[in-house]
Design a protein around this ligand. Structure first.
Ligand code: NAP
Length: 541
């Protein structure tokens, strides 16, 4: 099926977990496929997010592909939570093992992708001015790849160095003896703060919203545990795919309010001691019921007060939003870091940042002199990476116009869009994506898209496009599920609230990985229900 060098069956954007597997899947099925990647290497998120302390919150043995048993058995993780360099090494290993690099063009950004109705193909413009065409256009851009650098007045005047956690330099940044300021206490900030504090002369943390975090209790893996996980590969894979969140943890069946205070405290305490996200999944109603939520929130607040020695500092660190409605965080010595003499905390909610000056950061109360500033200020999530490209479907309508800048973002299953034939999004808005163990959701989408494209070929069909009514129904279903929870009551990046002017809309499907997979499979089994499939004008060969 391979055509001229600039015409492919499929073009895929991004060489992270999504793009690598999509390439492998389509190539195995005989489709000519080209991946375009802005970075110089594979890895996606793990290529860009090299900040000190960067690590994943999913357990290593579940944070990998499961499409190949051989691959699963060949790779051995070193510790419970994988560090960024180890994940990057893993993805390089995958690229080498499956000889993926020849079909990836690095250092190339896609700027435009326009659907040509007459030719029934996608015309794709690259930042090196070249144009390629493809029958299928597939994005594997991740949900968190468009960095958010707040528009602080005066950043250009700062005489020191500044960094964003999501675009960290490849060479080591040496903070030894330096006065460092960090803005942001989300997952990235909470991971970076203890590590930078160890190295810097002074670290000033500029916090807008205090966070709930639980200890990760990372540790090297016992070889016996790894041996067993490899032996039980098939069962682990099944459990991951059928679970709520993409990891084989038991689904909670009890309400936090139906047990005694003592029992609840014991459960939370065990989860705290065991490390990881156990508190979040202790009871089914933590993200649904305000009173249930408060029990977990109060438990973590009590732990913060126990750990942080200075009561005034501890007070400033106490969160008050609904626990879990911003991404729950796990850490290594985060709260403990505030007991260090070289660490100070500035509350920028009560005294906001006014400007960045030549010397440092100025709030309404003081100016802080700094040698370096770290922006751990997150991303324009979900829609940001997609809308960075000018994607246009039928009649030249752009995705931005269709989604009305975000206020009307709607998709079919988080994978397709009405008005955009033969366009697929891996972990797009309104799929489980970031509220699941990402590799599991990525594999599910890649396999579904791969099967769909094979189905079209087998049946001599040229196009597939989501129907408007199916899309509306899916989008409404997503919103209804979300509105039954506390997630929509908090200002978070999940809601788009971190980007000034971005419409508030919850764009993650909360129905669970297992149920979502079943729904997608049923739709495919019913001849791609909710999609319009058009036959080729040519006879089927
Ligand atoms: P984030 O969760 O959006 O946190 C950004 C931080 O910057 C927040 O504390 C935010 O305060 C603050 N901030 C933003 N704009 C600001 C401003 N103008 N002034 C002052 N403070 C400002 O971003 P992130 O930490 O990079 O994490 C994003 C997501 O990436 C996570 O939720 C997670 O899904 C993923 N991630 C995962 C891992 C992991 O697996 N371990 C690690 C890193 C990231 P407010 O809260 O007040 O908005």
């Amino acid at each position: 099926m391979t055509n001229k060098l600039n015409n492919f069956d499929a073009v895929v954007v991004g060489a992270g977990f999504s793009g690598l597997y999509m390439l492998y899947r389509l190539r195995e099925a005989g489709f000519s496929t080209r991946v375009f990647e802005a970075g110089e290497g594979v890895g996606g998120t793990w290529y860009w997010n090299r900040y000190p302390g960067a690590r994943c919150d999913s357990e290593s043995i579940y944070y990998n592909y499961t499409f190949s048993e051989e691959l699963y058995k060949e790779w051995t993780w070193s510790s419970r939570y994988p560090e960024q360099p180890e994940i990057l090494k893993y993805l390089n290993f995958v690229a080498d093992k499956f000889k993926l690099r020849p079909d990836i063009q690095f250092k190339t950004r896609i700027t435009e992708a326009h659907y040509d109705e007459d030719q029934n193909n996608w015309r794709i413009q690259l930042d090196d001015r070249a144009t390629v065409t493809a029958k299928y256009f597939i994005t594997g851009v991740g949900c968190l790849s468009a960095a958010n650098l707040p528009n602080f007045k005066g950043l250009e005047n700062f005489k020191g160095k500044w960094y964003h956690t999501g675009h960290w330099p490849h060479e080591k940044v040496d903070f030894t003896g330096k006065r460092v300021g960090i803005i942001g206490t989300g997952s990235s900030g909470v991971q970076a703060i203890p590590v930078i504090a160890d190295e810097a002369g002074e670290l000033t943390v500029f916090q807008r919203t205090p966070q709930y975090s639980a200890p990760a209790r990372n540790h090297p893996y016992d070889p016996e545990y790894i041996r067993q996980s490899k032996e039980n590969f098939k069962e682990i894979k099944k459990q991951m795919r059928e679970s709520q969140g993409g990891q084989p943890v038991p689904t909670p069946t009890k309400s936090a309010l139906e047990v005694s205070k003592e029992e609840r405290e014991q459960v939370y305490n065990d989860a705290w001691e065991n490390g990881g996200l156990g508190i979040f999944s202790s009871y089914y109603d933590i993200t649904i019921d305000e009173a249930a939520n408060e029990t977990a929130a109060e438990f973590i607040r009590s732990k913060i007060c126990e750990i942080v020695k200075n009561p005034e500092m501890a007070q400033k660190l106490l969160p008050s939003y609904y626990y879990g409605t911003k991404r729950p965080i796990i850490d290594t010595n985060y709260y403990e870091t505030f007991n260090r003499d070289n660490v100070s905390l500035v509350d920028v909610k009560s005294s906001p940042i006014v400007e960045i000056t030549q010397k440092g950061i100025k709030t309404t109360e003081a100016e802080y002199e700094l040698d370096a500033i770290v922006f751990a200020t997150g991303f324009d999530g979900m829609t940001g990476p997609l809308l960075k490209m000018d994607i246009r479907g039928k009649d030249g309508v752009s995705l931005k116009e269709k989604w009305m800048g975000g206020s009307q973002t709607r998709t079919y299953l988080g994978v397709a869009n009405s008005g955009f034939p033969n366009f697929f999004m891996i972990t797009g808005p309104e799929s489980p994506s970031v509220l699941s163990n990402m590799p599991v959701s990525i594999e599910q989408h890649v396999e579904w898209i791969g099967d769909c494209i094979e189905y079209l070929r087998e049946n001599g069909m040229e196009t597939i496009e989501a129907n408007v009514d199916a899309e509306e129904a899916w989008s409404q279903h997503c919103r209804e599920v979300a509105e039954a929870t506390l997630f929509t009551k908090t200002d978070s990046w999940y809601m788009g609230a971190n980007i000034p002017g971005k419409p508030r809309r919850f764009l993650i499907y909360l129905g669970g990985v297992g149920a979502y997979r079943q729904k997608c499979d049923e739709i495919a089994a019913n001849g791609y229900e909710g999609f319009t499939l058009k036959f080729s004008k040519k006879p089927v060969s």
